[in-house]
Design a protein around this ligand. Structure first.
Ligand code: TRP
Length: 461
């Protein structure tokens, strides 16, 4: 039933780091970060986000990777080996979480695909804000077009998964991630050169103590969690493909650095341009799909910039979606002996149905609501507030307390040069994992629990 030896491995350390960074850098960094940072008071959000990333965030990344490498199988197997049957069920929940996240993530992936193609054919860009709003609204609310693009995106995700870990995920990340960074640096530089761009930088990085509210801190925690791809078994699954000699703390630090860098770059591409053209910085989710095309219509060679930007957006979404699918694929392959091919095809069918439901919830089915949310929002709410945090908490307890010797063992493996993790680093990781991470996870889900209680009470009275 279970495989003692991993069926696949990353071919190089760089490939592994880029694949993990590819998972981390996604719509969270590109789509959510710029408008969230703006809405949450700029630096008051960004500073805690960076602090959380390099403390509890990276520690949890190390823990997930260590759990995966020690488990040498799917997330279910890894959790069973480290924590017994009760934790095995939590591993199963992680598989479900990854599957559910992917089902709605793919909808936005479909929009990115649509916008890339439209940018390439010159349709996405317009100088009329109303027209852009209507255009985005039509895509989002339409049944057919939404589903068609979703299908294209899912086909790309499944196609990558079919090619396997080394030839699919690793190769894709090795080609796309460096390209992504180069393009984003270029785009940020051009955006910063626009007249009036500096106001955007100020908006993003201005700091005022009044903005530091508990809510902003909680939002920063939740965002750190989502942006590092924690809590859905991703890094546990990727960890199983990591060579014994790879030092996990250093690799995890790199993932943290790249993920923060990508988010900041996205902010520096978008905000300076928004301010240079006197547009609304807190346009919410529509920022990338409505505000940006307006800017592209005004800057010289805007059509080209549009194509490059939506290409980056799609790359970010694709490498993250691929990581979400891998959790579920590894599960069927290791636990039930499926071939990779049949596992991927089965998921494709399942995902397609569930994603269609999410996609339709914007338009034809928008009247159907659970806890006052359309299905898309409800899935996101449940996954980010409950399922991911529950899993993150379980990993912290498991690797920090119950299976701490396993964690120490993984971190004490010598690398090729014979070096191991120093005692001080190990002690710091211990404090982070045993105390800070569980606290952070509980705090991050508090808002969700409170929100649910409030809606339940409102429904009752
Ligand atoms: N981190 C990705 C982003 O920022 C999304 C993502 C990929 C994710 N895998 C995940 C989020 C696992 C939570 C759990 O867009």
């Amino acid at each position: 039933m279970t495989a003692a030896t991993p069926s696949a491995q990353w071919s190089s350390r760089l490939g592994f780091i880029l694949a993990s960074a590819g998972s981390a850098i996604g719509l969270g960094a590109m789509w959510k970060f710029p408008y969230w940072a703006g809405e949450n008071g700029g630096a008051a959000f960004i500073i805690p986000f960076i602090l959380f990333t390099f403390t509890t965030g990276v520690v949890l990344v190390i823990a997930e990777l260590a759990l995966g490498r020690a488990g040498r199988g799917s997330v279910v197997e890894a959790m069973r080996r480290a924590g017994g049957r009760s934790f095995m069920w939590l591993g199963g929940l992680a598989v479900l979480t990854a599957f559910l996240i992917l089902s709605y993530y793919a909808v936005v992936g479909g929009w990115c695909t649509a916008y890339l193609v439209e940018a390439a054919t010159g349709q996405a860009v317009s100088a009329d804000p109303e027209e852009l709003k209507i255009h985005f609204g039509e895509l989002v609310r339409s049944g057919g077009r939404n589903i068609a693009w979703l299908m294209v995106f899912l086909a790309a995700v499944c196609g990558t998964a079919l090619c396997g870990v080394q030839r699919g995920i690793e190769r894709l990340s090795k080609i796309l991630m460096p390209g992504f960074f180069l393009l984003m640096v270029g785009l940020a530089a051009s955006s910063l050169m626009l007249p009036g761009a500096w106001d955007g930088v100020e908006y993003l990085f201005k700091f005022s103590w009044e903005d530091v509210t508990p809510e902003v801190i909680l939002n920063a925690m939740g965002f750190t969690f989502f942006s590092l791809s924690l809590g859905a078994g991703i890094l546990v699954t990727y960890g199983a493909y990591v060579k014994k000699e790879t030092p996990l703390p250093a690799a995890s630090m790199w993932v943290g650095v790249l993920s923060v860098q990508a988010a900041l770059l996205a902010g520096l591409v978008i905000m300076p341009a928004v301010f240079a053209y006197g547009l609304e910085p807190n346009a919410g989710p529509g920022l990338v799909f409505i505000t940006l095309p307006l800017i592209f219509s005004q800057i010289p060679a805007g059509g080209l910039f549009a194509v490059l930007f939506y290409l980056c957006l799609l790359v970010a979404a694709l490498t993250s979606a691929v990581s979400l699918l891998e959790v579920a694929v590894a599960f069927l392959v290791h636990e039930f002996g499926f071939s990779r091919r049949s596992a991927v095809l089965l998921y494709f069918a399942g995902l397609f149905i569930l994603s269609c439901v999410s996609a339709l919830s914007f338009g034809p089915w928008s009247g159907f609501r659970i806890f006052d949310r359309i299905i898309f929002d409800f899935l996101d709410y449940i996954c980010t507030n409950f399922l991911m945090t529950l899993n993150g908490f379980a990993v912290a307890i498991l690797m920090g307390w119950k299976a701490w010797p396993r964690m120490v063992n993984e971190l004490s493996r010598p690398d090729e040069a014979g070096r191991t993790t120093s005692k001080t680093t190990l002690a710091a990781i211990g404090v982070g994992l045993k105390w800070l991470a569980p606290l952070m996870v509980l705090a991050a889900c508090w808002e969700g629990v409170w929100g649910l209680l409030q809606s339940a009470l409102a429904a009752l009275f």
